[in-house]
Design a protein around this ligand. Structure first.
Ligand SMILES: Cc1cc2nc3c(=O)[nH]c(=O)nc-3n(C[C@H](O)[C@H](O)[C@H](O)COP(=O)(O)O)c2cc1C
Length: 185
């Protein structure tokens, strides 16, 4: 009976939240960096899950411009729509020393964020393979990816687009996440 209970517990742990897909890219010997910008934590959560599943390094892009408050919401949307760059903190890790860089951004006013635009512009000539995480209230990633290709001149190896309702549905979220991880193997 004791063994049965232990077995069931072990199975539950293995099938639970964070154990999906993991280790794959590491098993393939790829060095992966996940770089993201997140204002309210959504893209950060997804980026952390991706980095953890791939055993990748994780870097947050910090926008030096104040993006908080009522007026900043509108100026941020305007900056994104105007395809503006911004001032970002230097990243300690060099994207060129990786095999794959996964870039995470929220959608602002139907565009990538100024912080990620700046990161892509600064690194476009030395990016290795690239993949994207795009989170949004409702805008599909398909509308955002062409701008990323325009900036970098690189077709992504894969992308993960998640809108609000998918982010709220744990089953859909896990399924999309694990398909993305599989595509990066
Ligand atoms: C300034 C601003 C503009 C936004 N514009 C859009 C938009 O055009 N389309 C959309 O689907 N979501 C839009 N959103 C919602 C965010 O993309 C969405 O909530 C995202 O998941 C937030 O990511 P974060 O928590 O990592 O900051 C906008 C949010 C902000 C703050």
């Amino acid at each position: 009976m004791k063994h049965l209970i232990l077995g069931v517990l072990a199975g539950a742990v293995l099938c639970s939240g964070t154990s999906f897909a993991g280790e794959t890219a590491v098993a393939q010997g790829k060095k992966i960096l996940v770089v993201y910008y997140s204002k309210t934590g959504t893209t950060e959560r997804v980026s952390r899950d991706v980095a953890s599943a791939l055993n990748a390094d994780l870097e947050r892009v910090v926008d030096r411009k104040n993006r908080n408050g009522f007026f900043a919401f509108f100026s941020s949307g305007k900056d994104a729509m105007g395809k503006k760059q911004t001032s970002i903190e230097p990243l300690p890790r060099d994207p060129a020393s990786y095999d794959l860089v996964v870039v995470g951004t929220p959608v602002w006013a139907g565009n990538i964020t100024p912080a990620i635009r700046t990161f892509l512009m600064m690194n476009k000539d030395k990016l290795p393979d690239v993949a994207y995480i795009i989170t949004a209230a409702h805008t599909p990633a398909e509308k955002i990816i062409p701008a990323c290709i325009d900036i970098t001149g690189k077709k992504p190896v894969a992308y993960l687009g998640l809108v609000k309702k998918e982010l709220k549905d744990n089953k859909v979220y896990r399924w999309k996440l694990s398909s993305f991880i599989d595509a990066l193997k």
